[in-house]
Design a protein around this ligand. Structure first.
Ligand code: GLU
Length: 465
């Protein structure tokens, strides 16, 4: 089994899904998982994309050192050329110097494939001469696919496709086959997008005299409009989900549900269950909907299931701004680990992605809260100033600064004005945290402390004069 990404951009979630499926299948079959970086498209490949793929794989549990490779396709260039030469020498391929315009002029159509013009003209190698595979005129190519049955392609409908360019460099179709052959790959599990390539590739296996692998084309991943996930339109990069605070366990569980489900009515299951129960041949061939909302909800559940200490650890990159994560709005010396630990259990039940921790706790660490002006305007009505005056006076008089006392005190202040607790809380919350929503207010005030709470309420009161 192998995973063979092309490092041409961020790591696509669909790629991550195929990698996991290969990984599990290899484990189940007692096979070897090989990572091969298909880096032959020099114009589009960048080393940093390769590094990104390796670290994203590592993140979802395909850790460096636990697989064979990474190998690089470019290192096998000699084999690719040798295979092209073998196909030419055996008459299975021929040279052609037709341009696209030449073919169009002859066929009268820009949609028609190559017309086989050079099949028997005996053109030799030379600059600008592409090498084309001579596809059989008759018969059909049957692809044995664990997910799709036996898709059958009539050979006469497959054009004589290019296997090496005019400069002699082999194209993806050939390089990919030769690498799989050299590495002894028995199963190719890859995206459905490659299915049209498969009959051509299988013809190459046959022509090179090696038994083709078993194929499994896993379903295309689509957005809510049933469009193929695209990096221009959709959030597709695994790294982006990681940096936003998705947990690796939630992510890999969700990715495995794209086209497959564990037994029973379960979706959220331990990884060991997925490793046991996953069956490649049970994967549904229809397009798989990547539902970001569902993934978010999943992640929230995974976050809530963490022991608090692990949750606190998991939040650290967002609290400190490590790696590729943007620094929080407070200075490192303003951060107070004890205060964070005190509110962490409250935050844990409320956030769906870890990056949301920042806006939930920033009021604790900033000298003054970041006021959301729209929230302020919406909340501060006539009478809010007087209410704050009363609340400040009542809070000043409190003997014990604890959530319980704060709550009953503010409740009494509101009751005097015929206000429910929710309405009474709102101006206090905006004064102290800058927002209308957040952690439970009274616990927050307890942790923030008397002095800072009162200073903020007084400052808000002054703004209302
Ligand atoms: N490099 C190809 C891709 O990223 C791999 C195709 C394959 O898995 O055979 O799409």
């Amino acid at each position: 089994m192998r995973f063979a990404p092309s490092p041409t951009g961020m790591f696509h979630v669909g790629g991550a899904r195929s990698a996991l499926q290969n990984w599990i299948y290899a484990k189940q079959q007692g096979g070897v998982f090989v990572l091969r970086v298909e880096d032959t498209d020099a114009a589009r490949n960048k080393p940093e994309w390769t590094e990104g793929i390796l670290s994203a794989l590592d993140w979802i549990g395909i850790s460096r050192g636990s697989y064979e490779g990474p190998y690089f396709q470019s290192q096998n260039a000699g084999e690719h050329r040798a295979a092209a030469a073998r196909l030419y020498d055996s008459g299975r391929a021929y040279y052609c110097d037709c341009t696209r315009e030449d073919v169009q002029a002859r066929t009268g159509s820009q949609y028609q494939g190559y017309d086989g013009y050079h099949r028997d003209r005996g053109l030799g190698p030379g600059p600008g001469h592409a090498l084309r595979f001579r596809t059989p005129d008759e018969g059909a190519t049957v692809v044995v696919d664990l997910i799709r049955g036996e898709p059958t392609f009539e050979n006469k409908l497959i054009e004589d496709f290019v296997i090496a360019r005019g400069d002699g460099s082999p194209v993806f179709l050939l390089a990919n086959v030769v690498d799989d052959m050299t590495m002894g790959i028995t199963h190719v599990i890859r995206a459905e997008e490659h299915l049209p390539n498969t009959p051509k590739q299988q013809l190459l296996w046959d022509a090179l005299g090696v038994k083709p692998p078993v194929w499994a084309h896993v379903p295309v991943v689509v957005n809510e409009k049933r469009q193929k996930l695209s990096k221009r339109r959709d959030k597709v990069a695994l790294e982006a989900y990681r940096d936003e605070g998705y947990l690796a366990d939630a992510m890999r569980n969700y990715l495995m549900l794209l086209g497959w489900a564990p037994s029973g009515d379960r979706e959220i299951v331990p990884w060991s269950v997925i490793e046991d129960e996953f069956r490649l041949d049970e994967v549904n061939p229809s397009p798989a909907f990547f539902d970001e909302k569902k993934l978010r909800a999943f992640n929230g559940e995974y976050i809530r299931a963490l022991p608090v200490a692990e949750f606190v650890d998991a939040c650290q990159p967002w609290l400190t701004g490590t790696g590729t994560i943007a620094p929080p709005p407070w200075q490192p010396e303003e951060f107070d680990a004890d205060a964070f630990a005190a509110v962490a259990p409250l935050a844990q039940t409320r956030i769906a992605v870890l990056s949301e921790i920042v806006s939930n706790v920033d009021f604790l660490f900033l000298a003054s809260p970041l006021i959301d002006e729209a929230a302020w305007t919406k909340t501060m009505k006539d009478g809010s100033g007087e209410l704050l005056d009363d609340a400040v006076a009542a809070f000043e008089a409190l003997a014990s600064w604890d959530a319980e006392s704060l709550k009953s005190t503010l409740e009494a202040v509101g009751a005097e004005r015929g206000l429910k607790l929710g309405k009474t809380q709102a101006p206090v919350r905006v004064s102290v945290t800058g927002r209308t929503v957040g952690l439970p207010l009274f616990e927050s005030l307890e942790v923030l402390g008397r002095e800072r709470t009162l200073t903020r309420m007084r400052a808000a009161r002054l703004r209302l004069v």
